[in-house]
Write a protein that binds this ligand. Structure first.
Ligand code: WT7
Length: 630
């Protein structure tokens, strides 16, 4: 185990990782329970197949649960705060969590799930979601959590891509004042995906449901009489642990595949060192388990470290905008990790929601998912952290498995809007437009990673070619993140945002192509292009340019139909904010849309469009500028 407690440790380990890479990661892997300890640490270079701890044997759920039985059996592992503040919270000691996971694992086994099978999970944020993930890990099944805000179509596409024949769901999801009937969405998805043989349902909300036998099975029935002892299976270091989908610049979402040992070591290493959680602390990550943050810092990181993790079912603004602060006080949360979009949403409610809350249990605040602007950073620091608590701005991605660039709480200094320094063992570089490393300390360029790290996704599930094309081809020998970044004189990194065709709306990645494909389904839309623009709360909003068969089409009707369409195809998070009907799109001679120009127009710029000489139709820019925004 590596524990970085001081700036001197940070310097020492940074050097060690450079001079003795394998020695560094061997040390980071030391405190786990290995059924067969790794002799091999890393193999392969970026650009080729990379493996970590390949010759080891282990089980991740055993490392999260059984490993703590000797010293932490009666310590709380998980606290669950329900959507309604009036409903009782639930809590589980490590011993109780282990038991729940074992019953769940045996139920999965009884229903025929085997090692290597993919299991799609589509659930509300309830404890059973965490049990199901850990139960998959216990029996060597590959979990594939799909955020329960995605549409039936998106769910079906992920089922098809992963080849899953088994799905775990909750009957519904309570989110603020709304109740989302998940079972109905799942029924629609399974019409499109008849490959699913079994749908295991956890009863959560109370609407009337139709169960289709023999496919649909209630968990509370299937688990009756099942043993509460389930031996964890041995898997090898590079056996798949989970698949998680993220949007791509083009085409369908990519299923990033994470493997067992490397992910485990990286999750624990980053959790321990970034957040510096101590005995008795309570860690609250507000992310849904459907995202990578919920995998690594709600579930695996805290449990591997033997910490206590808090899971929240609800939303920050219900019943009112003081909910987060009430929860922090009620449970005495010490570490609070959320996204800039949540911070900006709450900022808009002013300071009244802080009336009567103490927030004096807090020790560390975290931010993740998108760049945090200076104003939001200061607001977070002053009002939530009461100007005394360090903020860690953590940069990473679904693909990286865990945090890559961040301040270490109380160990290295924070700098507003900067993620600051790479963790020891992480080697970022900035590449200029010629693909050369920016050699000066201060500079700007495409953010790439130079050396493999244990948490990196190994492939796009079933599509190694796509993995290579997306991450390894742009700059041979490097992993390309898709982000641009600046570096200051002290080596601190500031992420400036995506430089590919990904839009980050409220911290969620949305590919331009998938939104355009959805808009193009509308019978009146001939062609569309979407870009991101700065949005005061969401970080980025989506602006759609539409070429319509009837340019005088009723705007209000069109907008509402398009929003329904996008919600149906992708889910509500991908809804564009506003549209323009245009006569054409700025295109190069090779037919490529010049998004750079559309981005400027969406940012309300009216001049300085740069070099438009390669445009086939430069006159279109003026026309677009005149088109009504609705
Ligand atoms: C993209 C990855 C990391 C888990 C949640 C999102 C952006 C993420 C930061 C940050 C600036 C950030 C990047 C990155 N991003 N964290 N602290 N500062 N930008 O994971 O959905 O895979 O998105 O989110 O653009 O590439 P993801």
């Amino acid at each position: 185990m590596i524990h970085i407690k001081t700036q001197a440790d940070h310097d020492k380990y940074t050097k060690m990782a450079r001079t003795d890479r394998d020695g560094f990661w061997r040390e980071a892997s030391a405190s786990f329970f290995w059924r067969k300890a790794p002799k091999l640490i890393s193999q392969g270079k970026l650009g080729e197949k990379v493996t970590w701890f390949e010759d080891s044997l282990l089980n991740l759920s055993e490392n999260c649960l059984d490993r703590h039985m000797a010293s932490k059996a009666n310590q709380t592992a998980l606290i669950w705060e329900p959507n309604s503040p009036d409903a009782p919270s639930r809590s589980f000691t490590y011993r109780e969590l282990k038991r729940e996971v074992e019953v769940f694992a045996n139920t999965l086994k009884k229903l025929g799930v085997k090692k290597g099978d993919r299991v799609v999970i589509y659930m509300a944020m309830i404890p059973e979601l965490m049990f199901s993930v850990l139960a998959c890990a216990r029996i060597g099944a590959v979990h594939c959590v799909v955020f329960a805000g995605f549409s039936a179509k998106s769910l079906s596409a992920r089922i098809e891509d992963s080849g899953a024949e088994f799905i775990i769901i909750s009957s519904g999801a309570a989110r603020g004042a709304k109740c989302i009937p998940l079972k109905g969405i799942v029924d629609d998805a399974l019409m499109m995906s008849p490959r699913v043989k079994t749908c295991l349902a956890i009863k959560h909300t109370d609407e009337a449901l139709s169960m289709k036998t023999p496919r649909d099975v209630w968990y509370h029935e299937a688990s009756i009489g099942v043993s509460d002892s389930c031996e964890a299976v041995s898997v090898s270091g590079e056996d798949p642990l989970f698949i998680l989908y993220t949007s791509g610049s083009t085409g369908k979402p990519k299923g990033l595949l994470h493997t067992t040992a490397g992910y485990m070591v990286y999750a624990e290493y980053t959790f321990r060192n970034v957040f510096q959680v101590q005995q008795g602390d309570l860690f609250w990550c507000t992310a849904d388990l459907g995202w990578i943050t919920g995998h690594t810092y709600l579930t695996y990181g805290p449990l591997l470290s033997g910490a206590t993790t808090l899971m929240f079912e609800g939303i920050p603004t219900w019943p009112d905008a003081s909910r987060f602060w009430q929860v922090i006080d009620r449970h005495q949360v010490t570490h609070f990790y959320t996204a800039p979009t949540a911070i900006r949403t709450l900022e808009a409610f002013g300071l009244t929601p802080f009336t009567g809350v103490a927030l004096d249990s807090l020790k560390v605040l975290g931010s993740v998912g998108e760049p945090i602007n200076e104003e939001a950073w200061q607001w977070y620091f002053e009002n939530v952290g009461r100007s005394r608590v360090p903020i860690v701005d953590t940069w990473w991605q679904t693909e990286t498995g865990g945090i890559m660039i961040s301040t270490l709480a109380g160990v290295t200094p924070a700098l507003p809007t900067f993620a600051t320094l790479p963790l020891p063992g992480v080697e970022p570089v900035l590449l200029n437009s010629d693909g050369k490393e920016v050699a000066t300390q201060a500079g700007e360029g495409a953010l790439c990673i130079k050396e493999p790290w244990p948490g990196m996704a190994r492939t796009v599930f079933g599509d190694w070619q796509r993995y290579q094309d997306t991450y390894l081809k742009a700059y041979p020998g490097y992993y390309f993140t898709g982000d641009g970044a600046k570096r200051d004189d002290h080596g601190n990194y500031r992420i400036t945002g995506r430089i590919d065709d990904i839009i980050i709306v409220s911290g969620h990645n949305i590919g331009t192509a998938e939104v355009e494909d959805a808009l193009d389904l509308h019978p009146s839309v001939v062609e569309s292009a979407v870009v991101g623009y700065s949005h005061p709360v969401k970080g980025q909003g989506i602006h759609g340019f539409l070429i319509c068969s009837d340019p005088s089409i009723d705007r209000d009707k069109l907008k509402s139909e398009l929003l329904t369409l996008v919600t149906r195809e992708l889910g509500p998070i991908a809804k564009p904010e506003r549209f323009q009907v245009v006569a054409g799109l700025p295109k190069t001679r090779s037919g490529k849309i010049m998004r750079r120009i559309l981005r400027k127009i969406a940012e309300a710029e009216t001049k300085d469009f740069g070099d438009v000489s390669t445009l086939l139709n430069p006159e279109i820019v003026d026309q677009i500028l005149k088109a009504e925004i609705f």
